[in-house]
Ligand binder design. Structure first.
Ligand SMILES: Cc1cc2nc3c(=O)[nH]c(=O)nc-3n(C[C@H](O)[C@H](O)[C@H](O)COP(=O)(O)O)c2cc1C
Length: 372
């Protein structure tokens, strides 16, 4: 299986399966002399870790990351720093229960990757989905922690804004609420309502989808590139590469089709410091594939978890029709743990965008320009 690498100058290659001994990655292209400890990455992994509330899978994985290479103590400060060489990261899998999957070994879960992996490779790792399991996303989160250190002026955060049909009230948006509930929800009222909704879904053995919103503040104007390297196309591709993602929007997204040109215009003025100022951000911080200096805003939708207890019609690998129920431990709504994963993908895209911008342009031109 190819295509395990993501990024251009800041590159991530992941390896490992859900029920193998470990998962890991190699991060290539990280600049030298950046202070880096495993604890710096662990904070993000702890947000994604399973089994933290009744609303996520009960698989118990401590997800303790080890840094295997690419760092050493700085002779001056004694602090552990990156050396500019490839950084190897490893997380042991400790709570595999392959026997949970015995019943579906030869059967295809509707909505999962079972049929397509078999159709393509003639073999599939049925134990927890193997490589198609979102276990792989732990390495994206760890690598995203390194990416954040490459762009320290950028603040990246994410929130769950919809579970099933239930949207937050955007008037209630409070970033400080995100860490106060098990959903990463910025609306305390919605979080209370979601609790009851998701309990019903979970107890009935069903599942539901969700929408996650991401924001990056502090990205200067100029990152990204036109045409095939558009920052928005790279971000959309990065988010779409996540398991269960079925929709991505940047800025106004699908709703921009409903706006007139006047409504959608992010009007420009000059601020008190003589810099460009926008009256709104329908563009989501990207124009012509290049960052505008406004917050970058993206949303992505995840589908309902396909592993459900309710019997569904399916087929097996020997050409028979079957009825399938998926036991084992699953997230009733994968959107919750997708929040830190989405943040990591945004960090990876932006770190790569920053290094490429620096590679081609060096220091950005000083704006406004002097008139000749
Ligand atoms: C954080 C996260 C956790 C997930 N957990 C599960 C799970 O417990 N059970 C499941 O069937 N799918 C889960 N998924 C989704 C599957 O990995 C995904 O649907 C499957 O690989 C098929 O790929 P596709 O949905 O991208 O087409 C999860 C996805 C994410 C992002």
């Amino acid at each position: 299986m190819s295509h395990n690498t993501f990024g251009h100058l800041f590159r991530l290659t992941t390896f490992g399966e859900s029920h193998g001994p470990a998962i890991g990655c190699v991060v290539d292209g990280c600049p030298p002399l950046i202070p880096l400890e495993a604890g710096d990455l662990q904070i993000y992994l702890d947000k994604r870790r399973p089994g933290q509330s009744r609303f996520t899978t009960q698989r118990q994985e401590p997800d303790q990351v080890k840094i295997l290479s690419g760092v050493m103590p700085d002779t001056q400060s004694g602090q552990q720093v990156t050396t500019g060489t490839s950084i190897g990261l490893l997380i042991d899998n400790v709570d595999q229960r392959s026997k949970d999957y015995g019943e579906i070994k030869d059967q295809y879960r509707p909505g999962h990757a079972d049929y397509t992996y078999d159709a393509k490779y003639g073999i599939r790792d049925y134990r927890g989905g193997g490589r198609s399991s979102a276990r792989e996303t732990a390495m994206r989160v760890a690598a995203g922690g390194i990416a954040r250190k490459v762009i320290p002026g950028v603040t990246i955060r994410g929130a769950l804004v919809q579970i099933g049909p239930h949207k937050i009230d955007r008037q209630n948006w409070d970033w400080s609420e995100v860490d106060n509930n098990p959903f990463f929800c910025p609306d305390a009222k919605a979080a209370a309502m979601w609790s009851d909704y998701l309990d019903q879904i979970r107890k009935s053995g069903s599942s539901c989808g969700a929408v996650i919103e991401l924001e990056a503040q502090g990205v200067p104007a100029g990152w990204g590139a036109p045409i095939y390297g558009k920052l928005d196309s790279e971000l959309a591709s990065a988010l779409m590469s996540l398991n269960a993602v079925k929709g991505v929007e940047i800025g106004e997204g699908m709703n921009s089709a409903c706006l007139t040109g006047e409504e959608n215009a992010d009007e420009m003025r000059i601020d008190a410091n003589g810099q460009a100022q926008f009256s709104s951000n329908h563009a989501g911080g990207i124009l012509g594939g290049i960052s505008t200096g406004q917050p970058i805003v993206a949303r992505f939708a995840v589908k309902p978890t396909s592993s459900i207890l309710t019997p569904r019609h399916s087929i097996d690998r020997y050409g028979h029709e079957v009825e399938i129920r998926t036991k084992g431990r699953h997230d009733p709504c994968v959107g919750i743990r997708a929040v830190p994963v989405g943040e990591a993908m945004l960090a990876l895209v932006l770190a790569d965008g920053f290094l490429r911008h620096r590679g081609q342009i060096g220091a950005s031109p000083s704006w406004p320009f002097a008139k000749a």
